[in-house]
Design a protein around this ligand. Structure first.
Ligand code: PLP
Length: 575
């Protein structure tokens, strides 16, 4: 490298901000340029305003190899930023690069003050690419023949669901990206096992919210000024990213809403009230969260329809062999969760959709628990509506998503009226803007909706399939150890039919007592009926303890949980 990080720090300290930009350009000029044949499409970094090509390859055959990073851009100022990155990572091994606190370098150089937020996104895109490569390469190349290593650029492939790599899932370094987990509570490491209620936020999401507030906040779809234009651009980029994440045909089918509960109510009123007639049937299940239960119960009351339930098997799955008993030409709508927030049961959505469509019913999927933890594909599943919340997907509170098939959104009535959602307002009537604006009356949760795009991007960068596999491995670990505890009852099906949620109860131990004892060890679980009273009635208990896993949980968390449960049993004298 032609310059060291210390030299860059030294130069920067003596310069005022305008001269610092000039200096970035100057060091950019010095950076060696790629030949044309090195500028490969697969090495392009997404999220950059200008074009950036970046490769990271192992320099040697060590298990944890020194990383050889090369990059180039068509913008000189970006080449300056690349120079800072290369100087920072110079000589470090893959695991050192993965753990390197690069934002400290940016903070020390006050980069945020003189590069645009868009450029900052691009810089973050480069950092993410390098970090993912470093994670993929640390300790994984020792068995690759040496000759094959030269010039191998990173084996991280981008897909809709995110990064695909054979590298082990490094939950500790993922955990390190969550500031709230990087603290001690009464001297203990916090173990957060309540992500089913709300997930923690990675720094990237928190930073994005701050970036919007500090950098260019304005109302959306209104101002033609610089801030307004930027906000519109960011919101649309988020909408597009979310559409790609669930494989929606178009971002026009992604409506920003306040969350799952509000959206289910919207669909029940906007679609349900229009199409449900006396004598119709609405089919749900007893495993639903109240948010996907009560709106349909109330719709049935308003419309004179009947609420029916798909029977459950003894182990808490939908009994598909009995679907014919409850699904008929009378069924107007089927509403079901992608994954139960209590039992963890993953429901066969594609199969249910086919059956619903065969009788002319529409299907509404409550994806609050499924979307954050497994790949969702609205086209493959052919669902009519898919709904989820930002805050369970590592994103902010106050924002959620309604996906609707194009024809369903066309025929659904808006339930909130006001600014932005109209086409024309006359004294005696009004006409509506096309979706998604039709369902986005008033001011959106702008900052949150933009940061939700960042949360989705974060999940894609880690890889939603990898997150799923990691959570399943924690589930297996917890299952093996919890089932060995005497008088332990775990609710719901075996591992092949469930996602990363485990609800349980020990004979004679009240979940609230257990939760209090676990909390003394900074282990955060949830107890109660989890907004699923009909399900708890069916289980014959008033409350359970629920642990729910996320990308940042580790095997150590599971061991701590199990040993804390064992000692709680002793304290409660149930051993
Ligand atoms: N549906 C399910 C399955 C849930 O788990 C939850 C929240 O726990 C909801 C709906 C409600 O989501 P929100 O509180 O974000 O509206």
């Amino acid at each position: 490298m032609f310059i060291t990080l210390d030299e860059i720090f030294e130069e920067f300290e003596d310069l005022d901000p305008r001269d610092q930009s000039q200096y970035l350009l100057e060091i950019g000029y010095e950076l060696p340029r790629f030949e044309d044949n090195q500028k490969r499409d697969e090495d392009l970094v997404h999220g950059c305003q200008s074009q950036v090509w970046l490769t990271a390859a192992p320099k040697d055959g060590a298990a944890d190899p020194v990383l050889q990073i090369s990059a180039d851009s068509d913008a000189e100022i970006v080449r300056g930023l690349i120079t800072i990155l290369l100087a920072s990572y110079e000589g470090l091994t893959a695991s050192q690069v993965a753990a390197y606190p690069i934002t400290d370098v940016f903070d020390r150089l006050h980069l945020r003050q003189y590069i645009s937020p868009q450029r900052h996104n691009g810089l973050q895109g480069m950092v993410d690419r390098i970090r993912n490569s470093a994670i993929a390469l640390s300790g994984t190349h020792s068995d690759v023949p040496k000759g094959e290593q030269a010039g191998v650029s990173v084996t991280v492939k981008e897909s809709r669901a995110g990064a695909e790599t054979d590298a082990p899932f490094d939950a500790e370094s993922i955990r390190a990206e969550f500031p709230v987990l990087n603290q001690l509570i009464d001297g203990q490491r916090p173990i957060f096992l309540d992500s089913g209620a709300s997930a923690q936020k990675p720094k990237a999401v928190i930073d994005k919210e701050r970036e919007v507030q500090e950098g260019y906040f304005a109302n959306a779809y209104r101002g033609r000024h610089a801030f307004g234009a930027r906000i519109d651009e960011e919101l649309e980029a988020s909408r597009k990213r979310i559409a790609a994440f669930i494989n929606a045909p178009s971002e026009r089918q992604i409506v920003f809403t306040p969350g799952t509960t509000a959206t289910l109510n919207m669909v029940a009123a906007g679609w349900g009230d229009r199409f449900t007639k006396p004598g119709d049937e609405i089919l749900i299940t007893e495993m639903e969260h109240h948010a996907n239960f009560v709106p349909w119960q109330q719709l049935a009351k308003r419309a004179g329809a009947t609420l029916r339930f798909i029977p459950l098997t003894n182990d808490g799955r939908l009994d598909m062999s009995r679907l014919d008993e409850v699904l008929s030409k009378k069924t107007r709508l089927v509403a079901v969760c992608g994954m139960s927030n209590v039992l963890g049961t993953v429901n066969p959505i594609a199969e249910l959709t086919r059956a619903a469509h065969d009788v002319g019913a529409v299907i509404v999927v409550d994806g609050a628990q499924s979307v954050p933890h497994m790949t969702s594909d609205v086209q493959a599943d052919d669902v009519d509506f898919l709904i989820f919340s930002g805050h369970k997907l590592y994103g902010p509170t106050g924002v959620g998503v309604l996906y609707g098939r194009e024809d369903r959104l066309e025929e659904m009535e808006p339930v909130l009226f006001g600014g932005h959602m109209i086409d024309r307002v006359f004294k005696d009537h009004s006409t509506w803007a096309p979706p998604p604006a039709k369902f986005e009356a008033g001011t959106l949760p702008i900052v949150q909706a933009i940061a939700l795009g960042t949360a989705v991007e974060w999940s894609q960068n880690v890889g939603i399939d990898r997150i799923h596999a990691h959570e399943q491995s924690l589930l297996q670990l917890a299952w093996d150890q919890l089932t060995a505890i005497p008088n332990m009852q775990i609710y719901g099906p075996g591992l092949e039919h469930r996602g990363g949620i485990l609800s349980f109860r020990m004979h004679d131990v009240h979940p609230e007592d257990l939760a209090a004892l676990l909390d003394r060890k900074a282990i955060m679980t949830r107890h109660g009926h989890h907004c699923a009273m009909p399900l708890h009635d069916l289980l014959g208990v008033s409350a359970t303890t629920r642990t729910s896993f996320a990308a940042y949980n580790t095997a150590e968390d599971v061991s701590a949980l199990v040993s804390a449960i064992m000692s709680a049993r002793q304290i409660l004298r149930r051993n």
